[in-house]
Design a binder for this molecule. Structure first.
Ligand code: HEM
Length: 482
């Protein structure tokens, strides 16, 4: 309407965006919204208009301000599309300020080391499953080719880590070497739909009507997909509650902490589902990016492998590198940081709402209720922060930078996991997976892309990456690390 056009007329953007949200819906369905949004910021400035009531920014200070602990900005109704239960919100979908704080307070201890002492060894168990799987099924020798879909194995790994940590037992994706309960397939089918709902909140408003939502959210009665996973999660949680009630002291882990902090059975099961989305689909995209860029950059490969071999002299082949040791390896550290930067995992809008009373951006008025989204892709590609060559994958930038420049890069990098009261709860888990997996694979195996012209068959972006078909030829490095 003229009214909505007028409210934000002082922010530049594509003309149509001021009058209709449908053009943004189209953009969001393109599978490359991360790039297209970036182009808009380049063209119209770092607070530009992308919808009748929506702005887009890559301004780091402003993003920090919106997410600060005492900020009055809230999450927009965009997040409602991430609701997975008709009765209550999970940590991702909760938009109510007080509700979010309450839920976060109940969850946060479960992610902290003190409440979850076995966390690193639980990750190691799944990492051993990956090493054993590759050794048993996917070692090529001469003409005897055993193609490995690295993208699938990495996804099995991140799914097993999340289920192992949150439910006390991995679902067994790696061991079975298959898409149990069709989670991955379901995500391929559902993500475009979820992405449409994210882009067009009126649909979610309609779908949130109780009678409709009841039939749409994943049901524990489903035989496959998210509903089935929710059902399994529900049964596991139920069993743990029963054990607790009968006085049996179980494992001290994430679920134990969630129970102690007052989460109900269905809240735990529901948040496990949210964690799969927040924790496995994100981390796997960075793992894939790490290996694609190592394999296609010989100097990176040689340098990193040499560093891994040097460190591996002190870590027997029947052990997994401790996390602290892995983070002290300078080149490995640089490679992980560069992958996180070069291929950001969470590129959705993650929009916030301007609070009552409005706000100002560089002297321009932001009316209350205005929605402001993030252009994450651009935030990781700023010449002024990362250098003129920020469009290439070059871990050395993290080692060469002056202390001032490095501090600036680190500050920007922090935003990949968000800051303040929305800071990622699983960052330590993700980092543990990234450092350990990279070290252990490189010291044990030699990797070559089977299709260097197209290292990943399909890679589309819906805020989360959907990728499949990363075919590798793998050889065992018998001398490696000994
Ligand atoms: C490379 C991997 C990861 C990246 C880049 C990442 C990034 C992010 C970002 C940007 C947010 C803020 C979302 C928002 O503003 O609404 C977030 C939130 C969150 N992440 Fe992660 N994440 C990663 C891995 C994980 C893992 C492994 C877990 C758990 C197993 C996890 C659990 C969460 C949770 C529960 C939240 C919600 C926090 C809240 O709203 O209070 N993440 N993550």
């Amino acid at each position: 309407s003229v009214h909505s056009y007028w409210r934000l007329r002082h922010f530049k953007g594509p003309k149509l965006a001021a009058w209709t949200d449908l053009w943004y819906v189209k953009l969001s369905q393109s599978g490359k919204a991360h790039l297209l949004l970036g182009e808009l910021v380049d063209k119209y400035g770092n607070m530009c208009r992308i919808g009748t009531n929506t702005l887009l920014t890559d301004d780091e200070d402003f993003i920090r301000k919106m997410n600060a602990v005492r900020s009055e900005y809230s999450k927009s109704e965009w997040y409602n599309a991430l609701k997975m239960d008709g009765n209550h919100h999970n940590i991702l979908s909760e938009t109510d300020h007080a509700g979010h704080i309450d839920l976060r307070n109940k969850l946060v201890n479960g992610y902290a080391g003190t409440n979850n002492p076995n966390f690193e060894s639980d990750v190691d168990v799944v990492l051993w499953d990956v090493i054993n799987l590759i050794n048993d099924k996917y070692i090529s020798q001469g003409p005897d080719l055993k193609p490995l879909d690295f993208s699938a194995v990495m996804q099995y790994f991140t799914l097993d880590v999340v289920t192992s940590l949150s439910l006390g037992k991995a679902f067994g994706y790696v061991r079975q070497d298959k898409d149990i309960y069709n989670y991955i397939q379901t995500m391929w089918e559902n993500f475009p739909v979820m992405n449409f709902m994210l882009a067009y909140p009126p649909v979610v408003r309609f779908l949130n009507l109780p009678a409709i939502q009841k039939n749409l959210v994943p049901s524990v009665k489903d035989r496959t997909g998210l509903g089935k996973i929710k059902g399994v999660a529900f049964d596991t949680v139920k069993q743990r509650f029963a054990e607790k009630q009968s006085g049996k002291e179980g494992k001290i882990d994430m679920m134990d902490s969630f129970i102690k902090n007052g989460l109900s059975e269905s809240q735990i099961a529901d948040n496990t589902l949210a964690q799969l989305l927040a924790g496995s689909d994100t981390t796997v995209a960075v793992l894939r990016a790490t290996f694609v860029h190592i394999v296609s950059n010989p100097h990176v490969y040689h340098h990193l492998q040499a560093e891994c071999d040097e460190v591996a002299r002190t870590i027997p082949m029947d052990e997994i590198i401790p996390y602290q040791r892995a983070t002290s390896m300078p080149y490995l550290d640089a490679c992980v940081k560069e992958s996180l930067r070069y291929h950001p995992a969470a590129t959705g809008l993650l929009p916030r709402v301007v609070p009552k009373g409005g706000d100002y951006y560089n002297g321009k008025y932001l009316p209350p209720g205005t929605v402001i989204g993030l252009a994450q892709w651009n935030m990781t590609r700023k010449n002024k922060v990362y250098g003129e060559d920020c469009e290439v994958f070059r871990p050395e930038r993290w080692l060469e930078a002056s202390p001032e420049k490095l501090a600036r890069m680190e500050k920007s990098h922090e935003l990949l996991f968000m800051t303040g009261r929305h800071r990622c709860l699983g960052e330590r888990i993700a980092r543990t997976e990234l450092y350990k997996m990279t070290f252990e694979v490189l010291r044990r195996f030699e990797l070559a892309s089977m299709n260097p012209l197209r290292p990943i068959d399909q890679s589309v972006n819906y805020g989360i990456w959907m990728q499949r078909g990363m075919w590798m030829r793998v050889e065992r490095r018998d001398g490696g690390g000994k």
